[in-house]
Design a protein around this ligand. Structure first.
Ligand SMILES: Cc1cc2nc3c(=O)[nH]c(=O)nc-3n(C[C@H](O)[C@H](O)[C@H](O)COP(=O)(O)O)c2cc1C
Length: 220
């Protein structure tokens, strides 16, 4: 049963670009057949708690004496970890908020990036190694290569670092820029480019969901 974990984090419940793109991904996935299941988590409407205790960044065996997190907080973290570890493919809606990611997505990352559990520390174990993760980014302005603001995106890079480098997942980023061109009159001249990028992003998520859905025979 190839399982998709579908996460959204946009605070826009009506016109969100990332929600539309991740929905297209999930619908394409479901369309591959009844064995293609989807677990959905809305990090905005049902936000994970902030990490309540730094000890939760470490596997229980790596905690020092006295580092005893609240059992309820540990149980919440275990549920989030189990959900991620059970997924064959992950798709995340990651809008740019203040050149970074929404705090709800950051809270989820803090919960699931655990040394000695999902990230290697005292052993080389990386249980999510090679598992596909698709990060869907939408940015109000433009940050493409060569633009004056090319280095200002602090949303996608940390997500790529955690999922890709630390957890070893196979990360693909689908991004679409200048989404505010449809709202801000001063950006109206960018609408054609923005629409073309958005259409390309929709084609990309359909292609990715189809390919990853066919590939992802469970290996566990
Ligand atoms: C709280 C907030 C902060 C934002 N900060 C930025 C920003 O720093 N840079 C930018 O280009 N766009 C910024 N935007 C615009 C969003 O990146 C843009 O609207 C994007 O499409 C949001 O994704 P969504 O459509 O999935 O909600 C911000 C939007 C919000 C709501």
């Amino acid at each position: 049963m190839p399982g998709l974990l579908h996460l959204d984090s946009s605070a826009d419940l009506t016109g969100s670009t990332t929600r539309a793109l991740t929905r297209t991904f999930a619908d394409t996935w479901r369309g591959l057949g009844p064995q293609h299941t989807v677990t959905y988590r809305d990090l905005h409407t049902d936000p994970p708690p902030h990490l309540s205790d730094a000890a939760l960044h470490w596997a229980p065996r790596l905690r020092r004496p006295g580092e005893t997190p609240d059992p309820a907080a540990a149980a919440t973290q275990e549920r989030l970890l189990a959900e991620l570890l059970a997924a064959d493919v992950l798709v995340i809606g990651a809008p740019m908020y203040n050149w970074s990611i929404p705090s709800t997505l950051k809270a989820w990352i803090d919960q699931v990036h655990v040394l000695g559990v999902t990230a290697p520390f005292d052993t080389r174990e990386q249980p999510l190694a090679g598992r596909p993760a698709v990060v869907v980014s939408a940015r109000g302005a433009q940050y493409g290569p060569g633009s004056p603001t090319a280095g200002w995106d602090h949303a996608v890079p940390p997500v790529e670092l955690v999922l890709g480098r630390s957890l070893g997942m196979a990360v693909t980023v689908v991004s679409t820029d200048a989404t505010l061109a449809f709202r801000v009159p001063a950006m109206a001249e960018l609408r054609t480019t923005a629409k073309a990028e958005l259409d390309a992003a929709h084609r990309s998520v359909i292609e990715l969901a189809t390919r990853l859905g066919h590939q992802s025979a469970p290996v566990r």
